[in-house]
Design a protein around this ligand. Structure first.
Ligand code: FNR
Length: 358
């Protein structure tokens, strides 16, 4: 781990450790994987415009998000099946998140229940990502369980009426290895559980995502949940405007790391328009392609309240368990602080579009 100095250093370490199927699942995206590539490339093309001769001897990158004070603006995005990457799975991630002072958003497709994660890592700050299930009574009971487990926010993924066409995943014969389950979804009516993740056997629909999910359902969830609701997967100002009126309390600008609809723009390229539309009525988070402190800084400068990282922390998990996850967070936080200091910025509220070269 001593050789690992930046997030991308974890990538090769993870690849070396993981079986091909798990690696292909983690690394792949939809279609020709253009959006996945664009997410990262778009940050390379944004240039910074630093201020000099400012006192940067004290930095404070804390923020308030949905009622919680967070020491830094980096969260862990929901990623399915952590036991594919390490036997102890999501509990290890939660430990790493706790040490790295980050919120960890647990996926509906977690191999470990939210109750077990919360019990074993009681100090972890958890959010929960919901794939709304067709059976609304079941969905309601899931939401109640999540609230009872002490989760701080409910993230509803809205960009997945069907799964993207992920060729590498299909070629690798992706399936859940024996012994791994979708722990949170046990108890789901069997007719909705018949299939695993073998998209090629199913036509285009995936039994665990509801293709009928609509804005009315989101309003229902916002009324039902006794938790702040966050909509993940907003990519246009029009949908952001709609989100503001549903009762949701935040949105995440996300294209699912390029895993759903290929050739949608990089998230950082649609962020400013969405932020402008939302006009401070709710926090706007962003994910996709964030690998460096300067990437985080650019996202904040273009109006994000906070960012999420996906694949990089799973590289950390695969390479070094909880220590890998916390190291990944620490490296990114340090890199952000260095970038801020070099731009003459001491707190998040000082970051604005002025530091982006037009
Ligand atoms: C994901 N993502 C995801 N999103 C979600 O809402 N629920 C989920 O279960 C998953 N599962 C998942 C698995 C894997 C292997 C990946 C790579 C991604 C999307 C994830 O939350 C996030 O939007 C992206 O990963 C962000 O992009 P980067 O940081 O990976 O580039």
């Amino acid at each position: 781990m001593n050789d690992i100095l930046r997030l991308t250093d974890f990538e090769a370490a993870a690849k070396a450790k993981l079986p091909t199927m798990a690696w292909e699942y983690l690394d792949s995206a939809a279609g020709d994987e253009l959006t996945k590539q664009w997410n990262a490339d778009a940050y390379d093309r944004i240039q910074l415009s630093p201020n000099v001769l400012r006192d940067v001897s004290k930095l404070d990158i804390s923020l308030n998000l949905l009622g919680d004070t967070l020491p830094h603006p980096i969260l862990l995005a929901p990623i399915a099946y952590h036991k594919l990457f390490l036997p102890f799975g999501a509990r290890e991630t939660a430990r790493g998140a706790m040490v790295g002072n980050a919120v960890y958003c647990v996926s509906t497709m977690s191999n470990t229940t939210i109750e077990v994660i919360a019990r074993d890592v009681p100090e972890a700050k958890l959010w929960y990502q919901l794939y709304v299930q067709r059976d609304r009574d079941y969905t309601k009971s899931l939401i109640e369980r999540i609230a009872a487990a002490g989760v701080r926010a409910l993230v509803v993924t809205v960009d997945t009426p069907v799964l993207g066409n992920r060729f590498r995943e299909t070629r690798a014969g992706f399936h859940l290895p024996e012994g791994l389950t979708r722990a949170m979804l046990e108890g789901l009516p069997p007719e909705l559980q018949i299939s695993g993740h073998e998209t090629d056997l199913q036509g285009i629909y995936y039994p665990l995502c509801d293709p009928k999910l609509s804005w009315d359902d989101i309003e229902w969830i916002c009324k039902t949940a006794k938790l702040p609701v966050v909509l993940k997967g907003i990519m246009t100002p029009a949908d952001a405007e709609r989100a503001v009126h549903t009762g949701a309390q935040a949105i995440i600008v996300s294209n699912h790391g390029g895993r759903n609809l290929d050739t949608v723009p990089a998230t950082i390229n649609v962020l400013s328009k969405i932020v402008k539309q939302v006009d401070r009525r709710m926090p706007v988070l962003v994910d996709g392609g964030i690998r460096r402190g300067t990437d985080v800084l650019k996202a904040l400068a273009l109006g994000a309240t906070a960012v999420m990282i996906g694949r990089p922390y799973v590289w950390g998990l695969a390479a070094g368990g909880a220590t890998g996850v916390s190291k990944c967070l620490n490296l990114l936080e340090k890199d952000l602080k260095i970038a801020m200091a070099l731009c003459g910025l001491t707190k998040l509220s000082e970051i604005s579009g002025d530091i982006i070269t037009q």
